[in-house]
Design a protein around this ligand. Structure first.
Ligand SMILES: Cc1cc2nc3c(=O)[nH]c(=O)nc-3n(C[C@H](O)[C@H](O)[C@H](O)COP(=O)(O)OP(=O)(O)OC[C@H]3O[C@@H](n4cnc5c(N)ncnc54)[C@H](O)[C@@H]3O)c2cc1C
Length: 253
């Protein structure tokens, strides 16, 4: 290493002023920057530590958006109940980054700002059409990543948070609740497929003969009377009734 000035910012405004004044580099989790400095690939005269900035951390819902603060660590995303509820794929992505130490130190903002050619977060940001929010503006994912280790960020610009649009409403396209009752035998209630919840006699009689996932899957459901809209055709929903019934039976087992 070489001599370097260290400054610790208390707010985004504070950090922006320090970066503008010194021409230094922001320090987040240090997982990429410190290694680059050791190798002399990066030689900032000053590093501005973002780790004391509370307003850059945390995970919250903002209307139909899931917003993750730039200083949120990979491990926090991986274990977040809010992320799991909203976009579970982000938990899986964060859980797969590096090793435990990297996940406990590295941040989403650092990963996106770094834009390593093989980094995970940029794919999620682009794939989900997220918005990168900085202290100066909001940048659409498609306009943010420019090339190898290159982004649309200006030298003194700081990513403050990333806003992911929530996927679909999460109402079931088709859902099937299967029960095997002591007195009433097998009941299979279907939601999402028709104007109202209904019992599928076809699934019930198939399961009465053999209460197995295969038996449910083998049942052919007619498309007549089922919803037919931009989310799915009546035929597709009919197919899903057997598939979802079969999964419900498999879950019972
Ligand atoms: C052993 C190891 C394994 C890894 N494996 C993976 C992996 O499997 N998948 C993967 O995606 N990544 C992996 N990484 C990278 C890791 O995810 C880093 O955390 C990430 O690249 C950088 O995040 P950081 O918070 O440590 O940022 P830092 O290293 O502190 O900063 C990186 C760069 O971003 C800038 N910066 C940081 N925060 C901001 C901000 N808020 N605004 C503007 N600029 C900012 C810094 O100035 C610097 O240029 C690995 C790293 C290591 C060391």
């Amino acid at each position: 290493m070489y001599a370097v000035e260290y400054q610790k910012a208390k707010s985004v405004a504070d950090a922006a002023a320090m970066l503008a004044k010194t021409g230094g580099r922001a320090l987040a989790g240090g997982q990429s920057l410190v290694a680059a400095m050791k190798l002399r690939l990066a030689q900032p005269g000053t590093i501005v530590d973002l780790r004391g900035i509370a307003e850059m951390t945390g995970i919250r819902r903002d209307g139909d958006k899931l917003v993750i603060g730039a200083m949120t660590r990979h491990a926090e995303v991986a274990s977040s109940a809010e992320v799991k509820r909203s976009i579970p794929a982000l938990c899986a992505l964060a859980e797969g980054i590096g090793d435990r130490q990297v996940r406990n130190m590295g941040t989403i903002g650092g990963s996106i700002a770094n834009n390593d050619p093989a980094a995970d977060w940029p794919a999620a940001v682009v794939g989900l059409n997220a918005t990168v929010v900085t202290n100066k503006r909001r940048v659409a994912a498609d306009d943010f990543f420019k090339g190898m280790y290159e982004t649309a960020l200006a030298a003194d610009e700081i990513i403050t948070e990333v806003a992911f649009p929530n996927p679909a409403s999460r109402f079931a396209l088709v859902g099937v609740f299967v029960a095997k009752l002591a007195d009433d035998g097998v009941r299979a209630a279907v939601t999402g497929a028709a104007p109202s919840v209904f019992r599928s006699k076809e699934i019930e009689s198939g399961l009465a003969k053999s209460f197995t996932a295969d038996a449910a899957k083998a049942v052919k459901i007619g498309a007549a009377g089922l919803n037919n809209d931009l989310h799915g055709s009546a035929e597709y929903r009919a197919h899903l009734v057997s598939v979802m019934a079969s999964r419900a039976v498999a879950a019972c087992a």
